[in-house]
Design a protein around this ligand. Sequence first.
Ligand code: FES
Length: 209
Amino acid sequence: MAHAEAYKDPGTPDEQSRRTFMANAVIALGGVIGLGIAVPLVASLFPAAGASNDQWSSLSPDEADAFKKATNQPVRITFHVHEENGYLGGADLDEFVWGVKATEDQLKAERPELYTGDDKLPYPAVNMGFVIFSPICPHLGCKYAWNQQQNKFLCPCHGSVYSELGKHEAGPALRGLDPLPLREYQGKVQITWIEYKFNSPQLIVQKVG
Ligand code: FES
C-alpha cells in the first residue's frame, strides 16, 4: 500500500479500538501528571503565616499605626517591596494596597467566590479585622481608587466599579478585587505582594513577593 493510502486506512475494528484505548490512556495520564504538578505548585506559592521569609513586606511603624487606627473608610497603605532584578540587582519599590475594615462573615456574604470553588483563596482573606486589596485593577492592570462620594472603588481606565468589599459591580473586569495576605508578626504588620493575571475570571498567580 502506498504511504498516502496507508495513512487513510482506518484499520480493522480491533486496531481501531486499540488506538482509541491508547489515545484515552495518554489523555488520562496527562491529566494525572498535570494534577501532580499543579497541586504542589499552588500549595508552595504562598508564604505560611508563621514563616519568616522575604515574601512578607513590612509596613513602616507610622504606616502600621495609621492602618490600625483606620475605621470606616478604605485606607491606602504604602509599603516597600524588595525586588531582585537581573540588570539592576536588588531594589526597594514603593507599593500601596487598600485596606478595608471587614469581618469574615461580611466578606463571605459579599464575595462567596473567595471561599468556595476554583477561586477559593489558599490564605485567610480577613486578618486583624481587615481585608487588603491589591491596587491592580483585575481588568487590565490600571490603579483604581476609592471614591468617597459614590462609596465605590472606581477604575479610571475603562470604568470598572467595585463595592467597598471588592465585588465587581460594573465595567469590563471579569472578577472582583484581589485580596492579599496580611499578618502581624513579631510586632510588625506585614503584607505579601501577589500579582494575579489580568482579564481572567479566575485567580491565576503571576508573581508572589
Ligand atoms: S484596567 Fe480597570 S477597567 Fe480596565
